[in-house]
Design a protein around this ligand. Structure first.
Ligand SMILES: *[C@@H]1O[C@H](CO)[C@@H](O)[C@H](O)[C@H]1NC(C)=O
Length: 122
């Protein structure tokens, strides 16, 4: 079986909202087998940024597609990602933020670059 790259090598920030914020995403590049389950974490120290958004950019596509977002503990998923993806984390409180994107069963079409973004409010 061919291994796929679920590349997450970029963290990006919503322009104009979160300047100066360093977002760390790990692992930076992830190779996995189809049907595997993967979890990518995104962390940052901007403790009052309690919104985390996750995006997917498919190969050959320039568009960033919103997968969903986490606000405090509430998860909101876009329809097309509801079945295969989940978000976890608790962005409430004043601690370092740590959220994750879970891909439940990796399928070939999910080989893509995944981005997380952080923001103060919805
Ligand atoms: C984020 O949370 C996961 C467990 O949910 C943990 O394994 C990981 O180390 C945490 N990352 C940071 C930077 O705290």
């Amino acid at each position: 079986q061919e291994r796929m790259c679920l590349c997450s090598s970029f963290a990006f920030l919503v322009p104009g909202i979160s300047l100066g914020l360093e977002v760390r995403q790990s692992p930076s590049d992830l190779f996995t087998n189809p049907d595997g389950k993967v979890q990518v974490f995104c962390t940052h120290d901007k403790t009052d940024f309690r919104l985390m958004l996750w995006y997917q950019r498919s190969p050959g596509d320039t568009a960033l597609k919103l997968i969903g977002y986490l606000y405090h503990k509430a998860v909101s998923m876009e329809d097309q990602y509801k079945d295969g993806f989940d978000l976890t984390g608790d962005l409430g409180g004043d601690a370092t933020k740590n959220g994750s994107l879970l891909i439940k069963h990796v399928k070939p079409g999910q080989s893509a670059v995944y981005f997380c973004a952080a923001s103060r409010a919805q």
